[in-house]
Design a protein around this ligand. Sequence first.
Ligand code: UDP
Length: 319
Amino acid sequence: MQTVLVAGGAGFIGSHLCKKLLNDKYQVIAIDNLITGDRKNIDVLLRNKNFSFISYDISKDLKIGLELPHIDFIFHLASPASPNKKSPRSYINHPIETLLVNSVGTYNLLELAQKNNAKFLYASSSEIYGDPNVSPQKENYFGNVNPNGVRSSYDEGKRFGEAITMAYIRKHNLDTRIIRIFNTYGPYMQIDDGRVVSNFVNQAISNSPLTVYGSGKQTRSFCYIDDMVEGLRKAMFLDNTKGEVINLGNPDEKTILEIARIIKKITNSSSKIVFEDLPQDDPKSRNPDINKANKLLDWQPKIPLEKGLGQTIAYFKNL
Ligand code: UDP
């Protein structure tokens, strides 16, 4: 049985990935310091004998206090990811941890991969494109990033993470790939994460105002979690992805105001839509060009927005 280490395994995407890997009969070790992840995300997985959880900060020395078996694959998904300063879990409120987990944490995991001769996947982000001047965003676009703005801990952290991952390919020929994850949603998003989908869904089901930041004309493209997990698996386990940088996301682009209206309609909510200040450096558009993922991975998202939102709404209603 092969062993997979998932850093950030108690997070939203990480916990879904662990579940899928267990179904695929891998031995799975999740590692997470729980500053933004949550033990409840992995509660049911802990009953599986092939799953184990280590509460640890990968930005700290991995050689101290950690006894790991031989590892065959490493997914690095550990990082705060919400830009919402109102959320206690956001990277705005954990800027130093965010920079460290994507720099020192990535270095530590790359060293571990090299020692184990493991395949490595770095979860980068559409944030490396910043506030893009081109749309859709293709992997060869360098981005438009404020290097010291409020979002820079995440943007520049991810950019550093990409740079050091590429350095390990060039210098050590390590078997690594970089995946740029665009906005992803679904069950097990944190209710207090401050992301737009979890906010709007929870506001709508409690009939409180839907808080649109700015004019609501900014766009995002939302990928359902199951599609994202499938893309991540293919990117790791197929043979043709070594050294590649690949966007994963759903190109179905919508304005935030449209998202508010769709969620209000599906939940049959009497919520009002209110407008609040636009956060600093909020990107005006986001839309992945996924031709490369389509070609290399034979991957494209299958779950339409309304269906994915239906499942997300059902999850939050059940909490
Ligand atoms: N947003 C909003 N209301 C909210 C939360 C977010 O209008 O309650 C906006 C936010 O300003 C951004 C978009 O929705 O333009 C997506 O925000 P999110 O934090 O989900 O992710 P981002 O793509 O900005 O990282």
